[in-house]
Design a protein. Sequence first.
Length: 172
Amino acid sequence: MLFQYLVSFSAFICGNCIFPLTVDETLYNQSLKDKEAIQYIVKDLQVGARYEVRVSYPSVIPTDFVIDVGIVEDAFLSRALLNVEQMHFIAQENVYFVKVTAYRTGVPLRLERLSDPAKFNIIVNRLYLGCSIATWKIIVFGLILNGLAVMYLVPFIINVLQVYAEKTEHIY
């Protein structure tokens, strides 16, 4: 919590600071006001690997986020997609800049919240066959549960049906 406060305070003090962003680690409670931008640097990317930058946010303050990703030499010229909350890219270098800009897109229910900054979380995930490690864990867990259901639940149901069929056979 103290780290997040210091990051927010340093962003207020120095407008063009660049904050570190680590692969597969979420930065929580980031905030931007309307038309403000914040820059992150992602290091130690594997060249040729596929990555995803994702911004998640509550819908209390209607905001669109622009995610720009660029290598250090190009400074955001390599990619600029507008109005997306996630973006996939293949690393050509091992260091990239990520710039997130917030644009107010509507009026909140309570007008006093119009000047509130938009809170968001940001994460960079490495993708394996189009999915992050967290997604693959869920998929494997689901497959294991399905396998256990087929191994134990299906034979149990078949046994119950056979017993029921035998009981009803003796009645007639």
